[in-house]
Design a protein around this ligand. Structure first.
Ligand code: HEM
Length: 415
């Protein structure tokens, strides 16, 4: 192992206090700007964790074969056999969660991703527009006119869930259970989970997998259910075992949670920037660039992790094998070295190399689907309502350290 180069700056940043502070979680941008100005990569010496705030460094990290995604390679990783005695519940939870593409390095990652990738290619996704439009219209029909309504609980929380369960031909009766399980599982990405949250997540994960096991068998022979057919084919021919099949399906079904955040964060950003909102209304052709800009400006996630499988040189520092690095997405998406006028929200920004879908081999498989959902939702809302305004203070989730989204967004809408 080579020597770790001392960080250029060793600022006294209390990372863990900051990253879990409700004020930071509601608005991380000022702190991240200040820290990014000190350098794109920082080491938190007490924990040995590296923080990446620069766009170039982040892209290098997520594409590097030396930087993996399997947290068992992290010296302090939760699902490492050595960690079992220290925290048996975490070990159990992360072992149950472990075997899926997002947690795998090559060649296992490719083996699993290949099973589903064909169904999520950007060319395949536009055919889903009528189904997504039908769901968005149903939800928009129920929004009251001129009265305060919470956009999150009335619209945003429902659309991505309905889309994904239509895709997998899951019954609408399952909506409450799926929503409950997703809410418990969202915590798995958090920096600090209480023992109670770990127990809830473990129960939800097991219930999810039991449901998906039954659903797979019930849908066997139904050629219309393409995603389930792909899963069954891979299970039957031995490409994936049952645990991998169920964990990957769970990942695809629950992947919709982040789209909820994009809908809320995006609408809030538009309302907060009325002249840009008007520009978009007047020029619907800007929808594509506007969506990328909404995702850049108020990202739906806080961080993306990587583990050094071998020593890795990043920005003049050596990340030793076994260390964890976290890319801080809000900082990366406003890096002035990559984005001109990074603090300005511009619906026509192009190019826009925002990174909320990550990059490299693990880049989000559902990105095209998520983009289409946001496109349809905003188009339907703008067609139905000529004016959308805030009707109270938006509330950011401050007990979720990885997902970045709104608990409530009170709005008033006029036809
Ligand atoms: C705007 C919404 C979404 C965001 C911000 C998002 C974000 C991400 C990110 C950052 C990654 C890469 C993780 C890493 O590199 O460590 C990822 C991977 C993944 N996402 Fe998404 N996602 C979204 C929507 C979806 C949807 C709708 C689905 C399901 C269809 C989905 C399923 C997945 C899966 C299965 C992976 C693992 C891919 C792999 O490891 O190869 N995501 N997502």
């Amino acid at each position: 192992m080579s020597e770790t180069t001392a960080p250029a700056i060793a600022p006294a940043i209390d990372w863990w206090t900051m990253l879990t502070d409700p004020d930071y979680l509601a608005n991380p941008h000022p702190d991240l700007k200040r820290i990014r100005e000190m350098g794109p990569v920082h080491l938190d010496a007490p924990s040995g964790i590296y923080f990446v705030l620069g766009h170039e460094a982040f892209n290098a990290m997520v594409r590097a074969p030396e930087m993996g995604r399997d947290t068992r390679a992290w010296t302090n990783g939760w699902s490492r056999p050595e960690s079992k005695a220290r925290d048996p519940l975490s070990f159990e939870l992360f072992s149950e969660f472990q075997r899926q593409m997002v947690n795998a390095d090559q060649p296992d990652h490719r083996r699993m991703r290949d099973v589903y990738e064909k169904a999520f290619r950007p060319a395949e996704i536009p055919s889903l527009r009528p189904m997504i439009e039908a769901e968005a219209r149903k939800l928009a029909d129920e929004l009251p006119e001129g009265e305060p309504v919470d956009f999150m609980t009335s619209f945003a929380n429902h659309l991505p869930l309905r889309v994904v369960r239509n895709l997998f031909r899951i019954s609408p009766d399952m909506d409450p259970a799926l929503a409950r399980w997703n809410a418990a599982l969202v915590k798995i990405g958090d920096i600090m989970m209480s023992q109670e949250q770990k127990r809830e997540a473990l129960e939800a994960l097991r219930a999810y997998k039991a449901f998906l096991r039954e659903h797979l068998e019930a849908e066997r022979g139904n050629g219309e259910n393409r995603l389930i057919a792909l899963a069954l084919e891979a299970l039957d021919d031995g490409t994936m075992d049952e645990d991998e099949t169920l964990n990957n399906l769970k990942g695809l079904v629950s992947g919709n949670e982040t789209t909820v955040n994009v809908l809320g964060n995006g609408l809030l950003t538009l309302i907060d920037n009325p002249s840009e909102f008007e520009r978009l209304r007047a020029n619907p052709d800007l929808m594509r660039t506007a969506i990328e800009e909404m995702m850049r400006y108020e990202p739906a996630i806080n961080f993306i992790l990587r583990v050094a499988l071998k020593d890795f040189e990043l920005n003049g520092m050596t990340l030793p094998a076994g260390s964890l690095a976290l890319g801080l997405i809000c900082a990366i998406n406003r890096d002035p070295a990559r984005f001109a006028d990074a603090e300005t929200f511009d619906v026509s920004r192009r190019p826009n190399a925002q990174v909320i879908f990550g990059g490299g081999p693990h880049v989000c498989i559902g990105a095209a689907l998520a983009r289409l959902e946001v496109d349809v939702a905003l188009t339907v809302l703008m067609e139905r309502f000529s004016r959308i305004e805030l009707a109270g203070d938006p509330v950011w989730w401050t007990d979720r350290t990885n997902q970045r989204g709104l608990e409530s967004l009170p709005v008033r809408l006029w036809r």
